[in-house]
Design a binder for this molecule. Structure first.
Ligand code: SF4
Length: 461
């Protein structure tokens, strides 16, 4: 049974309540390039996407959204459009005239980029900063209310404010409180056309944050819809597994009203896994699927519990379904291993699933952003090259980020970061610290490998 939320209107599409779980994606073109962005939106519409987001860095991009909307209308496309805003509230005020929803990041809409320093916040300092949120956010709420524009309060694990991190930590609790600071302002202005997201690249953190969010909402009698997503999931089988574990587990819990599978691939490649996740969440009761009762726990010598399951489905379905079903249980600590009987599994499927659930680490974990209009290099080919060269390192996490907009916290979990700093230039990070700046793109992959070696994390293939 699905947790029933209130209905939020995003253009012609309603989210929440008894509406179907909606599918979303995001364009990767420069938003100022109206033709390229319109082409991507039309392509997304053709494959079944229901809501499309575009990045809006400044007023130029905001104004381009007006042209994009007009061109789509001229072509007979009424796709609901969402503007993605970071750091710059004035862009949100302009774009609210043209789009159906605005995504704000509560970690950086008003607050500056986190510096990850220990700061003692007195109650007075804290209250002053919260008041500033109302001053900056209220005009946008008033405008959205007047125009019927929705807002997503989109928390990201990697871009919490210093205020939140110092008081609540870099935790699911901090993620929820970060969103609630903005939600309370919405409610004060009697604006309710908003929803929440709690994204993280780690499915475990993401699942805990959404569950905590719902528990807190139930406690205080709120029922705003949820947009689900695992951010920076990467590409290929690993990206699909991480997304299916995170999004699928929550849908199986009965939580979630709209989803995005973020992949470092073309935006339209995200729609097929979304459809499969939604299909399995919906049909679960009709299919002969393993449940906690039918999974056979088998005790090994060392006391590990292995979850055994048989899947008679296609290869593409297996990746999604097994990740949803078994991932949900592994994340909840109901097993330490999996044994899958299927003709269609890849050689490493079981180990990939265990790695996505943070039970083992047998190869490099990649945290790769999906790309958007801010991306500063060819994300897909660079990601594939770096994976090819460095993909064999156990207990190493590498972040590959198209830009630094969300700050180094975006790579919260990574040991090493490869980040676009400006066109043709890359910054390299160790943890959250930038250790080499403005490296020529051509040299950056070699320098990344040197960096990994210099930290004693390299092993030969
Ligand atoms: S990190 Fe990637 S997806 Fe996020 S804003 Fe930068 S380029 Fe876009």
């Amino acid at each position: 049974m699905r947790w029933k939320t209130r209905v939020v209107k995003v253009g012609r599409v309603s989210i929440g309540g008894d509406n179907p779980v909606r599918i979303q994606s995001m364009t990767t073109s420069d938003t100022r390039n109206v033709k390229a962005t319109v082409d991507q939106i039309l392509k997304l519409q053709d494959v079944g996407c229901e809501i499309v987001r575009m990045t809006v860095q400044g007023k130029k991009e905001a104004e381009a959204c007006g042209e994009i909307k007009n061109e789509l209308i001229r072509l007979g496309c009424d796709m609901p459009l969402v503007a993605d805003i970071h750091f710059y509230p004035p862009a949100a005020m302009v774009v609210a005239d043209f789009v159906d929803k605005i995504r704000i990041n509560p970690g950086n809409f008003v607050d500056t980029r986190a510096i990850f320093k220990k700061i003692i916040y007195t109650d007075e300092m804290y209250a002053k900063e919260v008041l500033k949120i109302e001053e900056e956010f209220a005009p946008l709420i008033e405008k959205c209310k007047k125009r019927g524009v929705a807002i997503r309060i989109g928390t990201n694990h990697g871009s919490l404010s210093d205020r939140i991190m110092n008081r609540y930590g870099d935790t699911p609790f901090g993620m929820v409180e970060s969103a609630f600071e903005f939600a309370r302002v919405c409610r004060k202005y009697d604006y309710h056309n908003f929803l929440f997201s709690m994204k993280a690249s780690n499915p475990l953190v993401m699942i805990h944050a959404y569950r905590l969010l719902v528990a807190e909402m139930v406690n205080i009698g709120w029922n705003y819809p949820l947009h689900l997503g695992v951010t920076e999931a990467g590409n290929g089988e690993d990206g699909r597994i991480k997304s299916a574990v995170g999004i699928g587990s929550l849908l199986l819990d009965g939580l979630g009203d709209t989803i995005r599978v973020s992949l470092t691939e073309d935006p339209w490649a995200e729609i097929d896994p979304c459809k499969r996740i939604i299909k399995f969440a919906k049909e679960r009761s009709k299919l002969r699927l393993p449940t906690v009762d039918t999974l056979v726990p088998k005790t090994l010598k060392e006391g590990s519990v292995i979850l055994k399951a048989k899947y008679d489905v296609s290869a593409a379905d297996l990746v999604i379904l097994a990740s949803m079903e078994l991932g949900a249980k592994l994340i909840d600590g109901l097993g330490n291993g999996v044994s899958i009987d299927s003709h269609h599994k890849s050689e490493d499927f079981e180990r990939n699933l265990l790695q996505a659930c943070r039970i083992i680490s047998f190869k490099t974990d990649f945290i790769a952003c999906p790309g958007c209009g801010r991306t500063l290099f060819d994300l897909q080919s660079v990601t594939n090259r770096i994976k090819e060269k460095t993909g064999h390192l156990p207990n190493v996490k590498i972040a590959i980020m198209g830009c630094i907009v969300n700050g180094p916290g975006e790579m919260a979990d990574a040991d090493f970061g490869y980040v676009g700093s400006r066109p043709g230039k890359i910054d390299l990070y160790v943890g959250k610290t930038c250790v080499e700046k403005n490296i020529d793109f051509i040299d950056a992959e070699t320098k990344l490998i040197d960096l990994i070696k210099s930290h004693g994390k390299w092993v030969e293939k």
